[in-house]
Design a protein around this ligand. Sequence first.
Ligand SMILES: Cc1cc2nc3c(=O)[nH]c(=O)nc-3n(C[C@H](O)[C@H](O)[C@H](O)COP(=O)(O)OP(=O)(O)OC[C@H]3O[C@@H](n4cnc5c(N)ncnc54)[C@H](O)[C@@H]3O)c2cc1C
Length: 383
Amino acid sequence: MENNQPEESLILESIDRFLERDVKPHVREWEHDDIYPHEVVAQMKEMGLFGAIIPQEYGGLGLSASTYAKIVERISVVWMSLTGIFNSHLIMSAAVQRFGTGEQKQRFLPRFATGELQGGLALTEPDCGTDLQAIRTSATREGEEYTVNGTKTWISNGIHGNCLALLVKTNLSAEPRYKGMSLFIAEKGEGFSVSRKLEKLGYKGIDSAELVFENYKVPASNLIGGEEGLGLNHTLAGLELGRINVAARGVGVARASLNEALAYAQVRQTFGKPIAQHQAIQIKLADMATRVEAARLLVESAARAYDQGQRCDMEAGMAKLFASEAAISNSLEAMRIHGAYGYSKEFNVERYYRDAPLLAIGEGTNEMQRIIIAKQLVERNPI
Ligand SMILES: Cc1cc2nc3c(=O)[nH]c(=O)nc-3n(C[C@H](O)[C@H](O)[C@H](O)COP(=O)(O)OP(=O)(O)OC[C@H]3O[C@@H](n4cnc5c(N)ncnc54)[C@H](O)[C@@H]3O)c2cc1C
């Protein structure tokens, strides 16, 4: 966190006011109708969220990952989708901030911070997500520009965004494969089109799109770091922040599920008393609350390591794994506690139940998190 940044508590209070006043009253309607919340996005830009972790010298708020995670948790308690609109945007920004040339930082970061350039990350392709080294989108250099051809899918902000960090192969036959991978900042233009909007179980409101690149020209000066072959490293480093964000979303959804279940259990009566007084329900509530607290502590620990500049793939992986599973478990338990009302579209619980499973998939599946954690355990504890 930079020294002259606004007090964390003031920022969190203003986020709470914004959520209470401008989001909560509309969220069920927007979510069920899958409406992109343009006005709220404009407000989030005004509040500086598109530049939350961009340094102040480039026009951002310069917040620490720890403060950022608290913001994400709060927003996710009300509507998780909103965090997706600026999260992958900030991973794109972090890639430029950490690995871009001085000229790239000057050119892009101020425009990212205001949200004038708004977007995310284009990594996944129809035939590969986890195995990113198998991507086939290619970029071939001709003079001072590259020509890009290929298809990306599941790209968050692909429709309403105007700029993406685009992972490509600049050498299709390189061995090992990652040496042929490069990351570009790609602004929308001729040859870069949206082929379709993808329909989803949950995580509505935010756009997920399939994108096609057909002889799309990107200037060589947009190659992050100015050197080919470093794209996978740049991407994986950015995903540490992404995983902290997904974990914070998990805490938010797990907490929202607990809040609603706790309130409902005190008003719903069976056999002459509130269901909160039945032991079977008490056990559920206790487990749900414990998961929320444990998940939050893991997020705080990963964010602290990130802020200290430490390698934190294991910490971010643990936080992401535990918090996303906590969100999945808590949303199901909240549904059980609500009985039939949990299955009703008139209550929020059914949304949490539809949103939570995404957290086990995005920013690296939970299977992959376990593999990362195990590899780091061995690497950090040699015998
Ligand atoms: C709503 C949504 C938004 C998304 N947003 C973006 C975005 O903005 N940008 C972007 O680039 N992508 C995005 N994605 C894509 C997401 O990152 C991928 O779906 C994810 O990385 C998994 O890839 P996959 O779906 O191809 O699954 P696959 O890689 O095909 O995996 C299938 C299954 O096999 C498992 N598996 C794979 N390899 C191994 C292994 N070695 N060991 C054990 N198990 C393994 C996986 O864990 C999974 O269970 C989004 C996806 C969704 C659903």
